[in-house]
Design a protein. Structure first.
Length: 297
C-alpha cells in the first residue's frame, strides 16, 4: 500500500485523480457535495467521506480539486475543514485556479499550523485525469514535494516543480489560462466567420489543422462545434472566472492585457445568453447568433 490520501472534490477532474491514486496503490478517501459522486467513488474502491475533515484524517496527502479560492479556503478552514484533522507534516495539494496572492495567503495560514501546502493547479481535462496523465504546475517547499511526490506522479504525465514558494504554480497557470481563453475565443470567431461565408466548416477544420493558423484549442474545441455537442468538458463559466482573475491581476500591476479582456467579454456574453454551464466552444454559438451564421445543430 502506497499510503493514505484524500481527494476533496470528485468532479470530472477530481474523480479521475482519485481513481489514479487508487490504481497506484493508495488508500483514498473522497468527499464531494454531490452524494452521487461519492457513491460512485466508493463503488470504484475508495472510501466515502462525509466531509473534508473526515477525508483528511490520517492522510499524508490531501488533494483539493474544487473550483476557486473561496471553495479552497472552505475546504481547509471552514466547518469540518481538512486543516482540523490533517496530521502534522501532511501536505495539502491545492489544484484550484486562483490568484497567486491568495495561494500565498492560504499557504502561510496552513503552514503556521505545521502542515505543508503545495500550490498545484492542473491542466489536461477529464480524460487525462482519468488516465493519470495530467500536467501539474506545482510550487512549494522541498519538504512538501518530498511527501507528496509519489501521489503527484500517480496523477500526472508531466509534473513541473516550479519553485519553493506557493503562488508560483498559480502564476504559471494564469499565463496558460490567458492563452487558452484567447485561443478558444479566436477559434470560435474563426469557425463562425467561416460558416457566415458559406464555407464547409468540416473542410475548414481539415485545412486549418494542417496550416499555420492552427492551435491546440482550435483542434480540440472545433470538433464540438462540428458535432453540435456542447456537453461541458470545460464550461464557459470557467473562463469567465479565470480571465476575470487575469484582469484583476493585470490591473493591480498596471499591465495591459487587451486580448484577454476582449476574450473575457465574449465568454461573459455567452454566459449572459444562457450558455454559461455549456462547453466553452459555445462562444461559436454566440458569434453565430450575432452574425447570422448557421452552425451544425
Amino acid at each position: 500500500m502506497a499510503g493514505k490520501a484524500a481527494v476533496i472534490g470528485l468532479g470530472s477532474m477530481g474523480f479521475g485523480m482519485a481513481t489514479s491514486l487508487l490504481r497506484a496503490g493508495f488508500a483514498v478517501a473522497g468527499c464531494d457535495v454531490d452524494a452521487g459522486s461519492v457513491s460512485r467513488f466508493a463503488q470504484a474502491g475508495g472510501r466515502a467521506a462525509a466531509s473534508p475533515a473526515d477525508a483528511a484524517r490520517d492522510a499524508s496527502v490531501v488533494v483539493s480539486v474544487v473550483v476557486n479560492a473561496a471553495q479552497t479556503e472552505t475546504v481547509l478552514f471552514g466547518e469540518a475543514g481538512a486543516a482540523e484533522t490533517m496530521a502534522e507534516g501532511a501536505v495539502f495539494v491545492s489544484s484550484a485556479t486562483m490568484d497567486p496572492e491568495i495561494a500565498r495567503r492560504l499557504a502561510a495560514r496552513l503552514e503556521a499550523s505545521g502542515r505543508h501546502y503545495l500550490d498545484a493547479p492542473i491542466s489536461g481535462g477529464a480524460q487525462r485525469a482519468a488516465e493519470g496523465a495530467l500536467t501539474m504546475l506545482a510550487s512549494g517547499s522541498e519538504a512538501a514535494f518530498a511527501t507528496a511526490r509519489p501521489a503527484l506522479q500517480a496523477m500526472t504525465a508531466k509534473l513541473y516543480e516550479l519553485g519553493p514558494e506557493p503562488g508560483q504554480g498559480a502564476a504559471f497557470k494564469m499565463i496558460n489560462q490567458l492563452l487558452a481563453g484567447v485561443h478558444i475565443a479566436a477559434a470560435c470567431e474563426a469557425i463562425a466567420f467561416a460558416a457566415r461565408q458559406g464555407l464547409d466548416i468540416a473542410k475548414v477544420y481539415e485545412v486549418i489543422t494542417a496550416s499555420a493558423g492552427n492551435s491546440w484549442m482550435f483542434e480540440n474545441r472545433i470538433p464540438h462545434v462540428l458535432d453540435a455537442d456542447y456537453t461541458p468538458r470545460s464550461a464557459v463559466e470557467i473562463f469567465v472566472k479565470d480571465l476575470g482573475i487575469i484582469q484583476d491581476m493585470a490591473r493591480g500591476q498596471r499591465f495591459p492585457v487587451p486580448l484577454s479582456a476582449a476574450a473575457l467579454q465574449m465568454f461573459l456574453a455567452t454566459s449572459a445568453c444562457g450558455m454559461g454551464r455549456d462547453d466553452d466552444a459555445s462562444v461559436a454559438r454566440l458569434y453565430a447568433q450575432i452574425g447570422g451564421a448557421k452552425l451544425p445543430g
